[in-house]
Design a protein around this ligand. Structure first.
Ligand SMILES: Nc1ncnc2c1ncn2[C@@H]1O[C@H](COP(=O)(O)OP(=O)(O)OP(=O)(O)O)[C@@H](O)[C@H]1O
Length: 636
């Protein structure tokens, strides 16, 4: 019996290895088997010119071109087959089986037949691209099923009949392109507030442009049988309508007009040429495409992608794309930060995203993935959502939504030209409240242990409700000690970070305090004066207030607004309490949120903290009229 021991042990050991091996194989090779079969049935039953690498023996999630799966590879969520020479009708009972599908792109093929009404059963679709095919016939009347659809492009086909009114039930629709078809009849009243892009040009539409679509430019309706006066933009006041005079003009008056017009045309041409020249200089997309950095991003990545990684998306990401799409995208370098280079990438079918290419990552794949997962789980309207990440030996990428207005830093200190987003006091207060809420939320996670570690104006953006929104969460912890915290965020770092590298929630609060002072003063945390003297914002504010010249502290841009002094001073006091040298004396972030909310009776309508006030309980405020009109914040 005794001699049986080691044998049994060996047997047990061997079978456990086998079992674990099998389990590992099953998990590692997880496949959306039914979705994969649906795609194989689709591709085997349709004519195609090009060979696709869709082999039943390979992994649909990892190996098939144009296919994207969800995180655990249990479902296919995007299929992109643009320009692959697919011909004929879409075989029935194939694509419809991909019930988790979010994006379908079959654009620029030779697909014919009527609208594949099967697709109406794909209830999770967010984007459908069928443009540049040979579809014909009318559209189905019932479109309402696509509750999440945000992009519908059916342009350049031969669809006819009327545009179904049910399109107006697609409440998330952002882009609708039906151009270059044969749609006829009246344009339906498609009243969708989210709709940003519309193209109905080159059809046979008649009648009037409905009120709800008058906000789009006339070109959107061009090439239809709509009378020209109905194409006038709605904003044109009646007095600007052309006035016809019946009286005849004298020869000298006519001559004057001709000469005057020539001179005017000449001046216009000169201006136009100057403008075009400037535009060309400004157009970074065009020049940066040939920029060394961008090219290397593309080239290096295409080598890496085959070798190892894949993009991992988080569940609620509406835009789905693969690395190929990223590599194809026109990329603009937004800047180089402490964590690497940040690009703005315009994807063909999935809008614009921001990609950060991280350098000096100090953790292995497992820790990186874990960190990404925990960051992605922190969903809050005032924390920029991480959309996806990519990890391979040589390349680490993180993908965020793009905030088109840029960071608060660029809004505050950028060019003060005409097209600058006006950061009036109300806008700044919203930014401060939003960012404070975001940081307070971060601080409440992981049992109250989570620290952001890099709070600064270039990491704060403005969300769709015009409140501040904190980005770059979790990146600081991934970085190598080569980039110590003291080098990051100069001017925002707390004394204990500078002296002892002690990063904590209290140091986040200090950094937020500096940000608050920046909003109030319009000055960068570290800035030079005319005499090349370097000024530290916190020290400067302290000394000015100490000298009782408080009024001098505030940004001159803010002093234009009447009756806000009291609020400015209250906010200044809050800011100064946050930058106390002693971390123990700084208030907690949740309290900071309440203090800021109390500065003015602001109803954020946007994750209010527990303490809310009744209307009219705030000190009286009279911001400029335009602000009151355009803002819902007084509707408490
Ligand atoms: N999601 C985004 N949308 C729009 N602009 C962004 C986005 N993320 C970053 N940027 C901008 O890109 C530029 C570079 O950002 P990056 O984060 O690399 O550097 P940084 O913010 O200056 O420093 P750090 O690396 O310490 O955060 C900055 O101007 C930043 O505001």
């Amino acid at each position: 019996m005794l001699s049986e021991g080691p044998k049994m042990g060996k047997k047990f050991c061997f079978s456990s290895i086998l079992l674990f091996g099998a389990l590992y194989f099953i998990i590692a090779r997880a496949e959306p088997i039914e979705d994969k079969q649906a795609l194989l049935d689709f591709i085997n039953n349709i004519d195609r010119m090009q060979n696709l690498n869709w082999d039943a023996k390979t992994s649909a999630c990892d190996d098939w071109n144009g296919v994207t799966c969800n995180r655990d590879k249990s479902r296919i969520i995007a299929v992109r087959l643009p320009e692959v020479g697919v011909r004929g009708r879409i075989p029935t009972n194939t694509l419809v089986r991909l019930s988790a599908l979010r994006i379908l792109s079959l654009r620029s093929n030779d697909i014919s037949g009527t609208f594949p009404s099967d697709l109406l059963k794909l209830r999770n679709l967010t984007a459908l691209y069928l443009q540049f095919n040979k579809f014909q016939g009318p559209l189905p009347s019932e479109f309402s099923v696509w509750k999440h659809l945000s992009v519908l492009d059916l342009s350049s086909n031969a669809f006819n009949g009327s545009i179904p009114l049910s399109i107006s039930n697609l409440t998330h629709l952002e882009a609708l392109n039906l151009a270059n078809n044969s749609f006829s009849g009246n344009i339906p009243d498609v009243d969708i507030p989210s709709l940003k892009q519309l193209d109905l040009s080159k059809n046979n539409l008649t009648g009037v442009i409905p009120q709800s679509l008058l906000r789009f430019p006339p070109s959107v309706f061009a090439g239809n049988s709509i009378s020209p006066d109905k194409l006038l933009p709605p904003s044109l006041p009646p007095t600007l309508l052309p006035i016809r005079h019946s009286s005849k003009l004298s020869v000298s008056a006519l001559l004057g007009i001709v000469i005057g017009s020539c001179v005017l045309a000449f001046v216009l041409i000169v201006f136009l040429m100057m403008f075009m020249n400037k535009k060309r200089e400004d157009n970074k997309w065009a020049t940066l495409k040939s920029n060394k950095n961008d090219m290397s991003f593309k080239r290096e990545n295409s080598e890496h992608q085959k070798a190892n990684g894949r993009l991992v998306f988080f569940e609620d990401c509406n835009i789905v794309f693969d690395l190929e799409d990223l590599l194809r995208a026109s990329a603009e370098v937004l800047g180089k930060g402490t964590f690497g280079t940040t690009y703005k990438a315009a994807l063909e079918d999935a809008g614009t995203v921001v990609v950060k290419r991280l350098k000096e990552v100090n953790v292995g794949r497992k820790d990186f993935e874990q960190q990404m997962e925990s960051v992605a789980n922190i969903r809050h309207v005032n924390v920029a959502s991480l959309r996806a990440y990519y990890y391979s030996k040589d390349e680490k990428l993180v993908v965020y939504d793009c905030y088109d207005q840029g960071s608060v830093s660029s809004l505050l200190h950028g060019k003060r030209g005409e097209d600058r987003f006006p950061l009036d006091w109300e806008a700044r207060l919203r930014i401060a409240i939003g960012a404070a809420r975001g940081i307070a939320h971060i601080h409440s996670q992981s049992g109250g242990m989570l620290v952001h570690g890099n709070i600064k104006a270039s990491n704060i953006f403005i969300n769709s409700q015009r409140y501040g929104c904190v980005s770059d969460l979790g990146l600081a912890t991934l970085m190598s000690p080569v980039v110590p915290p003291v080098i990051r965020a100069a001017g925002y770092r707390a004394p204990e970070v500078t002296d002892f590298r002690k990063v904590s929630q209290a140091s986040d609060i200090y950094s937020f305090g500096v940000f608050l002072l920046e909003l109030l003063t319009g000055k960068s945390p570290i800035h030079a004066t005319g005499t090349d003297e370097v000024i530290h914002l916190v020290r400067w504010v302290n000394s000015v207030v100490h000298e009782e010249w408080t009024g001098e502290v505030f940004d001159v841009e803010l002093l234009r607004y009447p009756n806000i002094e009291e609020e400015l001073v209250t906010t200044l006091q809050i800011g100064m309490s946050l930058v106390d040298r002693n971390p123990e004396k700084r208030p907690k972030m949740a309290d900071v949120v309440k203090m800021l909310e109390d500065v003015r009776s602001i109803n954020a309508g946007n994750c209010p903290s527990s303490g809310t006030k009744s209307p009219g309980s705030s000190p009286s405020l009279t911001p400029p009229t335009s602000v009151i009109e355009s803002s819902p914040i007084h509707n408490k």
